[in-house]
Design a protein around this ligand. Structure first.
Ligand SMILES: Nc1ncnc2c1ncn2[C@@H]1O[C@H](COP(=O)(O)OP(=O)(O)OP(=O)(O)O)[C@@H](O)[C@H]1O
Ligand SMILES: [Mg+2]
Length: 269
């Protein structure tokens, strides 16, 4: 079957701003696929190139070498089949929650009234029915994340790219959002590429967890199938024997890379 998203032999090299002429290869030899309907997480030490890979999948960054295909077609320019939820809050402060969610539809030519109906529907689905007239500064961090989620999903993308979407949330809100995302995903079965540095979250959410090595020249060094049945409750499955087994096996691969990544950041500083 054709993958929803496939990165083949991808490398990304950046030119240093401070020392022109110096080059830094963030990732190399990356082969990564996400099947249609598959939920794949990527974990790895800070600075290893996770966001870089997501940018490549979104078409925001052209890799130095290698190729990207989207449902079998070579990717050129922005990935129109993908929705992107950024690491940082990306709501427009001058627009209400409703206007933030409907903006993307309107850019795509949907009439204002239809866009508002769909936006309202999605706000309801993420638990924010009745909050459509709030501005971002009138909402909590968790509510803003829900708006971002609605903003991404309202466009009904075939591929969902998420960069540590819940890492800034408190643990309870986070678990609520994770369960919500899993429910929505189960209903729609889109391809998801999910970046996180939280191994528990990666295992709880995913069909597959890919481990990246520390940079420079970071690459996938582990690929684990998460054979835990669905539907899952992200809080409950963390105590199941299979979860603990998988956690131990993946952590074995990840641990050393996290230490290496940390040492490298200290050196760079
Ligand atoms: N535009 C750029 N120019 C120069 N270097 C870059 C650029 N983007 C990323 N890098 C470097 O590439 C490496 C990978 O960065 P990236 O943001 O992808 O890491 P990450 O795994 O997402 O980290 P984190 O877990 O902290 O979010 C880092 O060393 C970073 O400094
Ligand atoms: Mg990142």
């Amino acid at each position: 079957m054709t993958a929803a998203l496939a990165l083949q032999d991808v490398a990304c090299t950046f030119v240093s701003k401070d020392q022109p002429g110096q080059r830094y290869t963030a990732v190399q030899d990356v082969n990564l696929t996400v099947a249609a309907g598959e939920f794949v997480s990527v974990v790895g030490p800070t600075g290893c190139g996770k966001s870089t890979l997501l940018n490549v999948g979104a078409g925001l960054l052209v890799p130095s070498t290698g190729s990207v295909t989207v449902f079998g077609q070579p990717l050129a320019g922005i990935n129109q089949r993908a929705g992107y939820m950024f690491q940082a809050d990306s709501l427009m402060p001058w627009r209400t929650a409703l206007a933030n969610v409907s903006a993307g539809l309107q850019f795509h030519g949907v009439a204002e009234r239809d866009a508002a109906v769909q936006a309202n529907d999605w706000l309801r689905r993420v638990g924010l029915g009745g909050f459509g007239d709030r501005y971002p500064h009138q909402m909590s961090g968790g509510m803003r994340k829900r708006v971002s989620l609605a903003q991404t999903l309202v466009l009904d993308p075939d591929i969902i790219l998420m960069d540590e979407p819940f890492s800034a949330l408190d643990i309870q809100t986070r678990q609520l959002m994770e369960n919500e995302l899993l429910e929505i995903w189960a209903a729609k079965r889109k391809a998801v590429l999910f970046i996180t540095h939280d191994l528990d979250e990666a295992i709880a959410m995913s069909d597959r967890v890919v481990v990246m090595s520390a940079g420079p020249g970071s690459r996938p060094i582990g690929d684990f199938t998460i054979d835990i049945e669905r539907p899952r409750d992200v809080a409950e499955i963390k105590t199941s024997p299979r979860f603990l087994q998988l956690h131990q096996a993946i952590w074995e691969v990840l641990r050393e890379e996290v230490l290496k990544g940390y040492q490298q950041q200290l050196k760079a500083a």
